[in-house]
Design a binder for this molecule. Sequence first.
Ligand code: ZN
Ligand code: ZN
Length: 373
Amino acid sequence: VTSAFTERYPERLEATRERAAAAGLEAVIVTPGANLHYLVGYDAVPLERITALCIPVDGAITLVVPRLERLAALASPVHVLDIDLVEWDEDVDPYALIARTLGPLYTVGLDDDMTASKVLRLRAAMPDAEQRLAGVVLDGLRQRKDSDEIAALREAGAAIDRVHAAVPSLLRPGRTEAEVGADIAELIISEGHERVDFIIVAAGPNSASPHHAVTDRVIGIGEPIVVDIGGTMPSGYRSDCTRTYCIGDPPADFLAAYGLLQQAQDRAVQAVVPGVTSGAIDAAARDHLGEWAEHFIHRTGHGIGLLTHEEPYIMAGSEQIIDEGITFSVEPGFYVEGRWGARIEDIVVCTDSGSESFNRQPRELVVIDPRTP
Ligand code: ZN
Ligand code: ZN
């Protein structure tokens, strides 16, 4: 099986080698997760048994896999790439095998998401190799999306927009957050996602908790409802979008704050141009919130791609430069404990002259007439 990205993998592997050499690494070891998926299209199940893509700066690239995972590995684009497959049997020490495969090293970059037990076993097997994070090589590569990745994220954005477009029809007096959330889960799949990643339906005081999920609380009239939802598309790329709703009219002070939030979100999106710092995008939203800024208790956004949250993070004081092709969320909010909260979230890509938003649903507060049948 190959994917739309198959022809990209050789250039990604080559770029990894070049960046590793420039960073003073002699090899990079990648374990199952987004990095492995990105580099060779193998969306491997993370197990206690180690699977390791060994990328030396010079020499053959090797995928060390448990024998029982061999067919799964070969079902991925790995079989069409110039990668040696080395299987290990249950009675073999795979860490010694990896050390032998790579030969003596003084520096090695390890997948940032490798589990501690694997890191320590590799350290024991390669005692002369200084271990560093492979993120110094891979994060920069992954955060700048190519045209195929941008197309995949645009498709994900359109899919989650279709779900949000249907949310007002689900919000009826008497329903619980969990009931609405279950309907949303079905829509996330029927609108083209392969997997539901998360569903937040936070009504009334629950909307003051940014990562609330769903509860059996009945949604009341006049209560702001934060709906933040996302899933994974068959491409592997993810959606993540927040809109705020209300059945009936919300309190006047909420409405005033929401108006300010909508402007703040728009200002942050307008601030996106190649060369801007992540900190300046955050400030564009935060400064506009004025007295409400103290209730904006999280960063403005996060990178998105094969993971929902990845580099770069859009946060106060960050000097990280945003370049063309970097995709991230712009999601300011405000949260008043015991009362209510709100958030507006779009995924954008930095273009050659500004930004393109992958989410197009209206950003105004969506007020639903409680008498609608
Ligand atoms: Zn979100
Ligand atoms: Zn988000």
